[in-house]
Ligand binder design. Structure first.
Ligand code: AMP
Ligand code: ZN
Length: 482
């Protein structure tokens, strides 16, 4: 496949350190609130990427952290801890908040058909690893102690500005957003590896360390967790585009300083889901969740379909009208799948393989998911039988995960249930496919035949109570819910 690499600013052939094997890392959620559908856009596109690589035949080892400690409220090192903020808001402990929103995140992922990573690691589980890494950086001269905190010394790295050509002022993290500058830093770009002195005395989670009781900075967890589960050479690192700086930039600086060799070769950044007022964000407080979409009657997979229609390297504008259009198109697509007859012929392997090649080539061009969706429509019109069309869709759905066959089959079953018929003794009941109701209507027919009109009326009344209306027709009865 060809993939755009934000570290080189080019589309390049995808490559791996070990042939056939992909070491993949994903920045996981900060679990102080529900994930919004913007966060989930990133995870949907990363999921498609992982599945595409597997579809190509790679063995993928995907690792994800759960940020349950640190992660401060602003891009600076000095904001309030988001986890503590969440705990205060909900009168719970930090760990209760973390568990609740971690579970909620994976429940959203399940509804969106996002596969669980092979390794999921909460940040609080690796404190010894961070301490070891920070100590090594100090020993190697890449870090310094100041004012009780340990800082990474960015002047010691020669490729700090890997993603952007930022100038010093852009990178002045300490003075952005009205946050006061951290005067302990030797340079504005330097960042905290370990805090012992925080402005926030009520910091909930603290651990002992060689530099005093404290907690890790907000980048070290990803370097350390990736190292633990992916090893020293990472092939692919994913995240939303807002993570490129300073989070990923700092991850590279500290990982390469620690390892003493280049670390991650390919960086995949998903652009934002935007609302009318800019990037959808958790800290702004107004955001849409999967549960909210469900409450409004949307199938979560309609949102996945919406995301797949756009390229991951373009901002995606969320409006209800845009989502409605996607939801209608998705429903129509399922109807077309439902109209295919599974028993129509044998699968033509040649045609199926030709379609597979088209998918590999077209979606493999920088993860062109919109083209993948177009190929789904092409497959529906393919010059072949229904069995082959269904086989192609099943093949594509290994990557797209739109549940096309399952939803199509469900719809087909519902449609045929609506005209289900039951017969006994020459008396035919036509109804909406509920065996219990069919049985009652049949019993009423038998009662009528035996001229037991009292019993027949009793059953009709019972059915009426259940909201079922029965109409006598020649040779039987038809029922429907009213
Ligand atoms: P967080 O839970 O804030 O750590 O974010 C989880 C992931 O969602 C990160 O990869 C972010 O870069 C990504 N993200 C945050 N906001 C958006 C957005 N509006 N659109 C797409 N991705 C986002
Ligand atoms: Zn990260």
């Amino acid at each position: 496949m060809y993939l755009y690499n934000s570290a080189t600013h080019r589309k390049e052939p995808f490559r791996t350190h070990t042939p056939g094997k992909v070491e993949m890392y994903t920045c996981g959620p900060t679990v102080y609130h529900y994930a919004h559908i913007g966060n989930l856009r990133s995870y949907i596109m990363e999921d498609v990427l992982e599945k595409f690589l597997r579809y190509e035949g790679y063995q993928v080892n995907r690792v994800m952290n759960i940020t349950d400690v640190g992660h401060l409220a602003s891009d600076a090192d000095t904001g309030e801890d988001k986890m503590v903020k969440g705990a205060k808001r909900e009168h719970k402990t930090v760990m209760e908040i973390a568990q609740f929103y971690t579970d909620a995140f994976f429940e959203d992922c399940r509804k969106l058909e996002i596969k669980r990573p092979d390794h999921i690691q909460p940040a609080t589980g690796c404190i010894d690893g961070y301490i070891h890494m920070v100590q090594t950086l100090l020993d190697k001269g890449f870090a310094y102690l100041a004012g009780g905190n340990v800082y990474f010394d960015t002047s010691k790295t020669d490729r700090y500005h890997v993603f952007h050509d930022h100038d010093e002022e852009d990178l002045a993290v300490g003075v952005r957003d009205g946050v006061e500058e951290d005067t302990n830093k030797r340079s504005k770009n330097d960042f905290v590896l370990w805090f012992t002195k925080s402005k926030f005395e009520d910091q909930a989670l603290k651990w002992d360390s060689p530099w005093g009781v404290g907690y890790p900075g907000w980048h070290i967890e990803c370097s350390c967790i990736s190292l633990k589960y992916n090893g020293e050479f990472l092939d692919l690192h994913c995240g939303g585009i807002d993570n490129a700086f300073p989070h990923h930039t700092n991850e590279i600086a500290q990982s390469e300083a620690y390892l003493g060799h280049p670390w991650c070769t390919q960086w995949f950044h998903v652009h934002h889901l935007n609302t009318g007022s800019g990037k959808m964000s958790k800290s702004k407080g107004e955001f849409l969740t999967v549960s909210l979409l469900e409450e409004k009657g949307y199938d979560p997979l309609a949102y996945r379909f919406f995301c797949l229609q756009s390229h991951y390297r373009k901002g995606l504008v969320f409006t209800w009208e845009n989502l409605d259009n996607a939801a209608t198109a998705y429903q129509k697509l399922i109807k077309r799948v439902a109209a295919l007859q599974p028993e129509d012929g044998a699968v033509d392997q040649g045609v199926k393989e030709a379609y597979r090649q088209r998918f590999l080539e077209q979606v493999g061009n920088d993860l062109n998911t919109a083209q993948g969706v177009t190929l789904v429509y092409d497959a529906l019109k393919a010059q072949t039988n229904d069995a082959t069309r269904l086989a192609i869709l099943q093949d594509y759905d290994q990557v797209l995960s739109l549940n096309l066959l399952e939803k199509g089959a469900q719809l087909r079953a519902r449609q045929s249930a609506q005209t289900a018929q039951q017969s006994a003794g020459g008396y035919t009941v036509t109804g909406e496919g509920d065996p219990a109701i069919d049985a009652l209507v049949l019993a009423r027919g038998e009662a009528k035949k035996a001229k037991n009109f009292q019993e027949a009326d009793r059953i009709r009344a019972q059915l009426k109570e259940q909201g079922v209306e029965v109409t006598d027709v020649p040779g039987g009865a038809v029922w429907k819910r009213v």
